[in-house]
Design a protein around this ligand. Structure first.
Ligand SMILES: C[C@H](O)[C@H](O)[C@H]1CNC2=NC(N)=NC(=O)C2=N1
Length: 101
């Protein structure tokens, strides 16, 4: 089972995840992606969903038109683990391939 990251380890990981930040009020990280339109936003979600399924690690997300709000935490561990960092990195790679506004 993935281990919760320490505060320091979380801060260190976020240094290489520009756009992501600690959520206030809970141990989780979040980022809002804004795309050109709904089509690209949903394409992002489709591709990210495949990574989530492959890793058996799933995002908490909300899509409104061209924006996708993402919150990542490992529910089984009650906080942020390496699995969240890996999914954030994968999401950033997908978003940069699609192009973000
Ligand atoms: C049974 C299944 O493997 C677990 O529920 C997985 C599924 N996806 C998950 N996703 C996230 N974000 N946290 C989890 O603890 C988690 N657990």
């Amino acid at each position: 089972m993935a281990e919760r990251l320490s505060v320091e380890a979380r801060k260190q990981a976020l240094k290489s995840l520009p756009g992501w930040a600690e959520m206030s009020g809970r141990e989780a990280i979040g980022r809002t992606f804004t795309f050109k339109d709904f089509n690209e936003a949903f394409g992002f979600m489709t591709r990210a969903a495949l990574v989530a399924e492959k890793n058996d690690h799933h995002p908490e997300w909300r899509n409104v038109y061209k924006t996708v709000e993402v919150v990542l935490a490992t529910h089984d561990a009650g906080g942020v683990t390496a699995l969240d960092i890996e999914l954030a990195e994968a999401m950033d790679a997908i978003a940069s391939q699609i192009g973000v506004a």
